[in-house]
Design a protein around this ligand. Structure first.
Ligand code: SAM
Length: 230
């Protein structure tokens, strides 16, 4: 499939997500049209880039479904010049979309953290290939502890499910600031929680049920945790 055919498919998915109310803002719409999801997938899955479903990217991990990526982007309310922390780099696709929304000549950076080294390397390659390297920095470590040396962050995006909101992430969120994070059980289901820090106070809103792979780390799940059905 050539570039134009992928672009056509991207537009078809977008129109459906606008009709269903997932995509609301012009900014998110334009960002989705600019970033080629096909360039963030293993070669054998490229043709499936515009299926609105999670797809495997190796090491037992997935690139999230398109609607979920865009729901989270709408909640983050990204604008030019913001400093963003993403936990769970995966393929680098979500980080590239964030970069598209925050990039400006002098300011704006996306720091993204991945615990599986080969995925961090895969993501960086994808980010370079698609032209977002100037605005994205990739770190290999346990992101449940955040990235204290670069804090505070205007926005924090967590793309793996956590049993609770990791306290270091609350501390590293700027005031004002917004964090989006799936919180709940180790396997289905979790709640998508939007945390807002404003004038020293923390507000939390639940945006409904989601299903993410686990955040594994000091403030996330640990190997050996009991599997429950909550
Ligand atoms: N945002 C990604 C994308 O655009 O492709 C998809 C992320 S995938 C659903 C969740 C990712 O979180 C996986 O790559 C997983 O390895 C990573 N992860 C899990 N626990 C982590 C931790 N403690 N720190 C950093 N990354 C973690």
């Amino acid at each position: 499939m050539n570039k134009e055919e992928f672009e056509k498919q991207r537009l078809i998915v977008l129109e459906r997500l606008i009709r269903s109310g997932v995509v609301k803002s012009k900014r998110v719409k334009n960002a989705f049209l600019k970033v080629p999801r096909e360039d963030f997938l293993p070669r054998k899955l490229r043709l499936r880039a515009y299926e609105d479903t999670p797809l495997p990217i190796g090491w037992g991990q997935t690139i999230s479904a398109i609607h979920m990526v865009l729901i989270m982007l709408e909640e983050l309310k990204l604008s030019k010049g913001l400093k963003v922390l993403e936990i769970g780099t995966g393929s680098g696709y979500h980080a590239a979309l964030c970069a598209e929304l925050i990039k400006s000549n002098s300011k704006g950076c996306v720091y993204t953290v991945e615990r599986i080294k080969p995925l961090a390397v895969f993501a960086l390659k994808n980010i370079v290939k698609t032209g977002y390297r100037k605005w994205v920095r990739v770190f290999h470590r346990d992101g449940s502890k955040g990235l204290p040396e670069k804090a505070p962050f205007d926005r924090i995006l967590v793309t793996a499910a956590s049993p609770c909101i990791p306290p270091p992430l609350i501390e590293q969120l700027n005031d004002p600031g917004i964090m989006v994070i799936p919180v709940g059980g180790l396997h289905l289901w979790q709640d998508l929680v939007v945390v807002e820090k404003i004038k020293g106070r923390i507000k939390q809103v639940n945006r409904g049920g989601v299903a993410f792979v686990p955040l594994i780390g000091e403030y996330g799940f640990k190997y050996g945790d009991e599997i429950t059905d909550n």
